[in-house]
Write a protein of this length. Structure first.
Length: 286
């Protein structure tokens, strides 16, 4: 059993207890399982965000990305999380300005790219960060924070690089310089397992037609600061028109899905890989 799965189960059990206790209107029956609507709603690219004042670091990181793509290392790391490999724990050193360190800003609530089990970090980005620090001959420091603070932290000089499942986006370039891309991603919809609303959809246009027809009282959950939020609310840079619904923000996708299963929101929009991880973990509980 994967350590990441153990962590997801424990967190989801805790979230379920807390949210159910706070919501006197939670349904007493109905599906407590979820499903992903397997239709990509967007096309995105992930990259790392480097401190603008460190162009030499940007050059080195791009060299490193090119190397791990060419020698198969990136694929091997990804396989640990997308298939049946064994994730590797990564520990963070204590930040110390007297040492030669690589300080990484992340949001460790975005499995399988970054998450925690106890005081150890796991995830695709985290394992890449560990190898990058080794490549640079530096000690790795991981700073865990809310997702919408990750790029800002680098822009303020509080971290060297943002590694947090970051979609390349124009407004984030105010704070960081993006590296070459290393992963292609998309947004997907999560619904309750017994929800048939999107069962006949074949394309993104089919899904979007239904979302566009929802009433203004409909609620869609997203992780704050992510592309899912931009997609639901609308974003000029992306060309997302948004929807006439209530967009409800959460600190993690897991919290959003649990709240959906508790009957407080209708759907969740989140990146494909986290969507699959969250649904797999929550369905193992029910």
């Amino acid at each position: 059993m994967k350590k990441g799965f153990i962590f997801s189960v424990a967190m989801l059990m805790l979230c379920s207890f807390i949210l159910a206790g706070c919501n006197s209107n939670s349904p007493s029956s109905g599906s407590k399982r979820a499903k992903v609507i397997e239709i990509p709603l967007t096309q995105e690219e992930y990259a790392f965000g480097v401190d603008k004042s460190q162009p030499e670091l940007l050059e080195k990181v791009n060299e490193f990305i090119s190397q791990i793509k060419a020698d198969g290392t990136l694929e091997k790391i990804s396989d640990k999380y997308f298939r049946d490999g064994e994730p590797q724990a990564v520990e963070s050193a204590v930040e110390d300005s007297s040492k030669d360190q690589l300080v990484v800003a992340t949001n460790a609530a975005f499995e399988p790219f970054e998450y925690m089990v106890g005081d150890k970090y796991y995830g695709i980005d985290i394992e890449i960060a560990a190898l990058l620090a080794e490549y640079l001959g530096k000690e790795l420091v991981i700073k865990n924070m809310d997702f919408d603070a990750v790029c800002l932290s680098v822009g303020q000089g509080k971290a060297d690089i943002a590694m947090s499942g970051l979609t390349v986006k124009e407004d984030r370039k105010e704070y960081v310089t993006f590296t070459d891309t290393y992963h292609n991603a998309s947004q997907m919809l999560i619904v309750r397992e017994d929800d048939t609303t999107f069962d006949n959809c074949k394309t993104a246009a089919d899904v979007e037609a239904i979302l566009s027809g929802l009433s203004s009282d409909s609620k869609i959950g997203v992780q704050l600061g992510t592309t899912g939020q931009f997609y639901v609310e609308g974003d000029e840079d992306w060309g997302f028109e948004g929807y006439d619904v209530k967009c409800i923000g959460y600190k993690s996708g897991s919290l959003a899905v649990q709240d959906m299963l508790n009957g407080n929101i209708d759907f969740v929009v989140i990146d494909e890989a986290p969507a699959q991880s969250i649904v797999r973990a929550i369905n193992e509980l029910n």
